[in-house]
Design a binder for this molecule. Structure first.
Ligand SMILES: Nc1ncnc2c1ncn2[C@@H]1O[C@H](COP(=O)(O)OP(=O)(O)O)[C@@H](O)[C@H]1O
Ligand code: SF4
Ligand SMILES: [Mg+2]
Length: 340
């Protein structure tokens, strides 16, 4: 391929120009599910290693949102956890603002810059703590307030930023609705003045109307605070609304990466096309949805070649033999032998 000053790969994988907020370089995460050695010796069974993330590279320019989409089990949450250091990669590198993530996590002044929001705010909020104490925890941890009065004031400010009242600081998580609890998670995440938020299915447990409110809130906070988001959702309608760029994950691999508008207008990978075909048609709300046929790849025994070939309508013999590399095509990057 011809080298250009800023190739599509540079822009999408490494983030041409300024240092990206987050960069993954060929990261891999495996889970060893093997039985204990003695049992394996007796039964003769081999090791069982699950490749949850298998060589993913991408970059997220600052102030933008990259969404990751893919079916359940494709490796999205594992990627999210790798990005904030809740998992360590077995291979590859994770860079945060140009620094090795390990270095960032050891330094509180850097560590506070990345935060994560989870799907289930009820599980991630301590039920025995009042909302005020939950939000104040990072303020105390990173010593961001000089005294109690400043702490109380900052908690009230954070509650206001997420659309809650100062009095809500006195309530316990169970006294809030699901949407309000997610607002508290967001307030806590914002407490340390982060630059980067990893949001793993932040609205998936919420009613549709509440989802929209949380999405709007996150959009406003991004604009006001200049935040960078890694946003994970299996809901493509939500992704379309929030993302600048979209990465499609299948069987632990990135199979397509493109600007959101481009990807929704012209999906290049057959799997992306199948996911989009499963979107409800806004012009025919009642119409039956087409779903991706066949079984999701078994990560303990992925097929040879392209992981999608058992389900792909375009598969040819080469797809069963050769794993397609992620490469630049017009409009983005795609890992498919058939993509032009
Ligand atoms: N802690 C873990 N131990 C073992 N397997 C795991 C663990 N976390 C995830 N996995 C497996 O890794 C694969 C990817 O999971 P995950 O990242 O949660 O996918 P997604 O978020 O896209 O649904 C799945 O097969 C899942 O079962
Ligand atoms: S490489 Fe082959 S099997 Fe894989 S998505 Fe492309 S056409 Fe389908
Ligand atoms: Mg997940």
């Amino acid at each position: 391929m011809v080298e250009r000053a800023f190739s599509v790969e540079d822009t999408l994988l490494r983030g041409a120009g300024a240092t990206p907020m987050l960069e993954l370089q060929s990261v891999e995460k495996r889970f060893d599910l093997s039985a204990p050695l003695l049992r394996r010796l007796v039964s003769g069974e081999g090791r069982r290693v699950l490749r949850a993330v298998d060589g993913v590279s991408l970059a997220i320019p600052r102030g933008t949102t990259l969404a990751l989409v893919g079916e359940s089990g494709s490796g999205k949450s594992t990627l999210a956890r790798l990005a904030v250091g809740l998992h360590r990669a077995e291979a590859g590198r994770v860079l945060f603002d140009g620094l090795a993530l390990d270095e960032v996590l050891r330094n509180p002044a850097q560590r506070r810059r990345l935060q994560m929001i989870f799907q289930d705010p009820y599980a991630s909020l301590n039920p025995r703590w009042r909302a005020g104490a939950i939000i104040a925890e990072p303020l105390r941890l990173y010593r961001l307030c000089a005294n109690r009065a400043a702490l109380r004031e900052r908690v009230a400010e954070l509650l206001a930023a997420v659309g809650l009242a100062a009095e809500d600081a006195e309530k316990y998580p169970h006294e809030f609705s699901g949407g309000q609890r997610q607002r508290i998670s967001i307030a806590r995440a914002l407490a340390s003045n982060p630059d980067f938020l990893v949001c793993d299915e932040p609205t998936s447990a919420l009613d549709v109307s509440v989802q929209a409110q949380i999405i709007n809130l996150m959009g406003r906070l991004q604009r006001e605070l200049g935040l960078t988001y890694l946003f994970i959702s299996h809901n493509l309608a939500v992704v379309r609304q929030v993302s600048d760029r979209v990465g499609v994950v299948y069987g632990g691999r990135l199979v397509e990466l493109a600007e959101a508008e481009e990807l929704f207008a012209t999906p290049r990978h057959p799997y992306t096309a199948a996911l989009l075909a499963a979107l409800p048609d806004p012009h025919r709300p009642g119409a039956e949805r087409q779903i991706v046929g066949g079984e999701m790849v078994n990560p303990l025994a992925p097929p040879e070649g392209c992981g999608f070939h058992p389900r792909c309508p375009l598969a040819t013999p080469v797809c069963r033999r050769e794993r397609p590399a992620l490469r630049a095509v017009r409009g983005g990057l795609v890992a498919c032998h058939a993509a032009a």
